[in-house]
Design a protein around this ligand. Structure first.
Ligand SMILES: NC(=O)c1ccc[n+]([C@@H]2O[C@H](COP(=O)([O-])OP(=O)(O)OC[C@H]3O[C@@H](n4cnc5c(N)ncnc54)[C@H](OP(=O)(O)O)[C@@H]3O)[C@@H](O)[C@H]2O)c1
Length: 395
């Protein structure tokens, strides 16, 4: 059942390029002239970079991304390519040839709205004290964390679009004097200072130093070798803060992503889905696919379970036969509870969002459930007997 139902990863993108205007006598497809924005993000094969690319892909940003490891980057690209336009280029941000390839991609994309310098080098771990720090290694750390971000910015600057933004990912180690963090910490301090100066020199841009906070990633595990870091949050927790900087109107400056005002409650709906149980599935299929001309996005049918997903203007419509509807109820709630119509909303964090909607009067019909197809669901009873599923993709 790995291929079933809402929130499934790898689906054809839910794109708002097209809308369907249903006129009294015929159906007309109208193309909206919406401009897709482009972000170049370094270090996106895992960790924060990967989480951020998924969030931006869900918002239909076109993405240019890199990492040194080609296999992991390819895997990330495959998952994202189902959602939006991606150019993934394996390489090291220290390499001028690699940076030129990124610039070529920016040119091909028609310019750049946002640059996120995220790729970073921790250096040796356990980290040596400064008096023992090997200078050739320190040079590498500075190359990746200080010079490459500036070199990349210099290389793309001529392709910066109006309202261009630069987000340089820093760390509390860039402002706090932690013993043993002299190499990485001083590199982030240098990054922060040139970022702050750039903000003064380029008042027409938005220029941010962003501290993502502690996150459960490979770099964090490397920084604390052998330590149990399972109490640290996944990078998704830092993403809403980044999105506020990327899509909001905050002034240039230093921000801490996990503590940004409103960040906890800044929940965005990524998709509205209307879910129908069709007793006459073939008739319903004819009506929605041939009659209304809705585009089929996914077909999850298997055996006697039939389930399909259609693009319906700005929303999607999920059509299930009774067997499939009963299966979904069983997974989410443990019993048959839904009527023939329910709503689903794709969110960033099911658990957090459910607190919000329960506080506004909805009733939980179950706990939060991780589905066999790797989504996190919660079924809720809203007003007037409407059942609502919140769903989040988990990786
Ligand atoms: N994790 C934390 O607790 C924490 C706290 C404060 C700040 N930060 C900052 O947050 C950012 C993301 O860190 P993370 O924890 O997500 O790290 P991560 O899990 O180690 O991911 C780093 C990403 O950058 C890529 N990368 C590393 N060096 C590169 C290079 N020279 N050229 C191109 N790509 C490169 C890595 O892929 P390859 O290895 O294949 O190149 C990977 O995709 C970094 O700037 C870090 O300093 C992290």
């Amino acid at each position: 059942m790995g291929e079933l139902s809402e929130g499934q990863r790898g689906r054809v993108p839910f794109i708002s390029y097209f809308t369907f205007c249903v006129l009294p006598v015929h159906i007309q497809k109208v193309t909206l002239n919406m401009t897709q924005k482009t972000a170049l993000i370094t270090g996106t094969s895992r960790g924060l970079g990967l989480a951020l690319t998924h969030a931006l892909a869900d918002r239909n940003w076109s993405l240019i991304m890199d990492a040194r490891g080609a296999d992991a980057l390819k895997e990330a690209e495959r998952a994202l390519a189902a959602k939006t336009d991606i150019i993934a280029i394996a390489g090291d941000v220290r390499s001028p040839e690699h940076r030129q390839a990124l610039v070529d991609a920016v040119e091909k994309s028609g310019g750049l709205d946002v640059l996120v310098n995220n790729a970073s080098l921790l250096g040796p771990s356990p980290q040596p004290n400064l008096l023992d720090y090997p200078l050739d290694v320190l040079n590498d750390v500075y190359q990746v964390n200080v010079l490459a971000p500036l070199a990349l910015l210099q290389a793309v600057k001529d392709h910066a679009k109006d309202d261009f933004r630069v987000l340089n990912v820093t760390s509390d180690a860039g402002v706090e004097a932690y013993a043993g963090w002299g190499g990485y910490g001083s590199s982030k301090a240098a990054l922060e200072q040139w970022t702050a100066i750039l903000a003064q020199e380029q008042p027409g841009w938005k220029v941010y130093q962003v501290d993502p906070g502690d996150m459960r990633t490979r770099m964090h595990q490397e920084a604390f070798p052998g330590e149990d870091i399972s109490d640290r949050p996944f990078p998704d927790v830092s993403v809403p803060g980044f999105l506020q900087l990327i899509e909001g109107d905050l002034p240039s400056g230093r921000y801490q992503a996990q503590t940004m005002t409103g960040s906890e409650n800044h929940q965005t709906i990524h998709e509205l889905r209307l879910i129908l149980t069709a007793r006459q599935f073939d008739a319903a299929l004819r009506f929605y696919q041939e009659g209304l001309g809705l585009e089929l996005l996914e077909d999850w049918s298997e055996g006697n379970q039939r389930g399909m997903l259609f693009k319906a203007g700005y929303a999607t419509l999920e059509l299930n036969n009774e067997t499939q509807a009963a299966y979904l109820d069983e997974v989410e709630v443990g019993e048959r509870v839904a009527g023939d119509v329910r709503l689903a909303f794709k969110v960033d964090d099911t658990e957090q969002f459910s607190h919000q909607v329960i506080a506004s009067g909805a009733k939980a019909l179950s706990g939060v459930v991780d589905t066999p197809w790797q989504d996190r669901h919660q079924r809720l009873q809203a007003h007037d007997d409407i059942q609502v599923t919140l769903f989040q993709e988990i990786r």
